[in-house]
Structures are given as C-alpha cells and as structure tokens.
Design a protein. Structure first.
Length: 122
C-alpha cells in the first residue's frame, strides 16, 4: 500500500477517473486536542487505515519535528518543521515534507513507502 501526501493546489481539486475513496477511520482533530493538527491527524488516519495502531498524540510526540512559532518576524521553516505545536490554538502548521519525514521515521518498522507528490494533479 502506498500513502500519498497531497497539498491542495486549488480549493476544488477534481480527482482523476481512477480515484478511489477509501474507508479510512475518522479522527476529529479537536476531540484529540489538536486544533492545529490536521496534517498529523490525517497522517494517523492513513496509518490506521493500513493497520498501524498509532494515536495522533503518539505521532506528534514521537515523530513530528516541531519548531518555534514566529516571534518578532522570525520563525521556523514550515518545510522543515511543524511551526509551533499542533496541540495549541497558536500553532501554525507545516508543509508536506515535514509529514513525509515523520512518516518515513515510522515506515522502517512497517511495510509502506511515502511519496511527496506536491504539485502533481490528483
């Protein structure tokens, strides 16, 4: 199984005719205490779909690289780390390379591969 990470290029992407909707488990990021954790919670939903029992908290605590939120105009790079903390309403977020990196830390223990397909069409 492959997990593909997409960043939305437009507000209304149209999936290709080969798209398949999977029956992945739903996790509410707010119920998990992650108001800014959509990236991490989505990754965990995909992991749970392929049978990897991991919680959003475990994902964030053990695998997600996090950095400082902007202060005085200077902050961490969202391509390198999650800026802030996904458990905080003051968290900022991250881009696909950060989630790919976190998933790659897990992939060695399981049989899956992660591809960053940013810029590709659905």
């Amino acid at each position: 199984m492959e997990i593909h990470i997409y960043e939305r290029a437009s507000l209304d992407p149209i999936p290709s005719e080969n798209a398949v909707i999977i029956n992945a488990p739903y996790i509410n990021q707010y119920d998990m205490g992650m108001p800014n954790g959509c990236e991490s919670v989505s990754a965990v939903m995909a992991l749970q779909y392929i049978g990897i029992s991991l919680s959003p908290e475990q994902f964030v605590t053990n695998y997600l690289d996090m950095g400082n939120a902007p202060a005085g105009g200077i902050g961490s790079d969202p391509n390198a780390v999650f800026v802030g903390d996904p458990r905080s309403t003051g968290g900022w977020g991250c881009y696909a390379p950060v989630i790919v990196n976190a998933l790659n830390k897990i992939s060695g223990q399981y049989s899956f591969h992660v591809n960053n397909l940013t810029g590709q069409t659905l």
